[in-house]
Design a protein around this ligand. Structure first.
Ligand SMILES: [Zn+2]
Ligand SMILES: [Zn+2]
Length: 142
């Protein structure tokens, strides 16, 4: 499908990477994408904004939001909506599952093998998004 996590981790020039996907690499866009590949904790718009505004005082929350939407349009970022009122973002667009701890709120990745999903009905459908969400308590909260 798309590039997997290990390929993403090897991005040395984020500007060139964005250009490859038809995105004009402004400083703000580069910083937002860098934040996502360096912080794999599935941050929200608020978290990204709060962290980056320290470095880029001209940044607005709307810019963060619009930039993430652009990244999603270009398929380089995916959105996680385990909670309907909380969108979290992930620069790893390969197929993997997410576990949300209901105590600490952390969202963890887990590996999935999509070839294990065998259902003939899906062969006849066009799949646009695939999400697997688990909820519970993480190891450190137990
Ligand atoms: Zn926890
Ligand atoms: Zn993830």
């Amino acid at each position: 499908m798309k590039e997997n996590l290990s390929a993403k981790m090897m991005i040395t020039n984020v500007g060139d990477y964005l250009k490859k996907y038809g995105i004009k690499p402004s400083l703000q866009r580069i910083k937002i994408f860098e934040y996502l590949i360096n912080h794999r904790n599935h941050p929200t718009v608020d978290t990204i904004y709060r962290e980056l505004v320290k470095e880029i005082p001209t940044l607005s929350k709307t810019t963060v939001y619009n930039t993430l939407n652009l990244f999603m349009e270009k398929d380089i970022v995916t959105v996680i909506t385990i909670e309907e009122n909380e969108a979290r973002y992930d620069a790893d667009t390969s197929f993997h599952g997410h576990f949300k701890c209901e105590t600490c709120g952390n969202v963890y990745d887990f590996n999935l093998n999509s070839s294990h999903i065998k259902d003939d009905i899906l062969k006849k459908f066009e799949i646009k998004e695939r999400h697997v969400y688990f909820k519970g308590k993480c190891e450190s909260c137990l």
